[in-house]
Write a protein that binds this ligand. Sequence first.
Ligand code: PGA
Length: 264
Amino acid sequence: MKVIIREKAKDAAVWAARYIADRINEKAAKTSEPFVIGLCTGSTPIETYKELSRLVKEGKVSFKNVISFNMDEYVGLPESHPESYHSFMYHNLFDYIDEPAQNIHILNGNAPDLNAECEAYEKAIRDAGGFDFFLGGIGEDGHIAFNEPFSPLTSRTRVVTLTEDTRIVNSRFFDNDMNQVPKQALSVGVATVTDAKEVMILAFGPKKARAIHDAVEGGVSHMCTVSALQNHPAGWIVCDEAAVGELRVNSYKYFKAVEAAEKL
Ligand code: PGA
């Protein structure tokens, strides 16, 4: 994996957006096949989405031939709820880009048969040709999507039960009341993410430092599901300085040296 470190979160977020735009443009120059991307929600990707929206507005990239699949959604929360991931994605990205509505996929946490919804989602990803790229965040507990500790690294899209830690962390969006945070979600699996040709995880702020240490310097383990990225041929972790505060000095120096040598 490669770890990109920028002093400020904003610079890291912009770097990530430009990287994604370059990948979309690169594929568009080679083929008429769509670019298939996995997208995340949360506080972390907001600046990256702002920059992507700006690039679309300026005509530097287009999502007309992009197909997206979001990584997760709460179970039982109405789509119109301001904290649903449906709402988040439209308010932070889809309202500002030119991705056709039929190319947007978000799991339905209110489907009458949740297992069937998850199976259909995996099939739709396969039918689209599989992910070219997956953008994710990392939970304070090391989760990727809602793959909490002890999720199999071979997992696929399914119904998951959120840890108390995650519900406490996410209660900031629900009047600081964890009882309002749904207990379950639909989430792509770890293997759904790592099947992507390229995976990029964004992590900003000191609260992510322990998880980044575990993901980068710990062993590959279901205790920190982002650690599955260690076995991925094209895995990126894009951080600000605060998020790498618990990496060893030598690891930090190595990643900075790679950045410099490869002009990343
Ligand atoms: P955050 O969430 O971006 O709001 O910190 C990330 C995650 O839980 O994966």
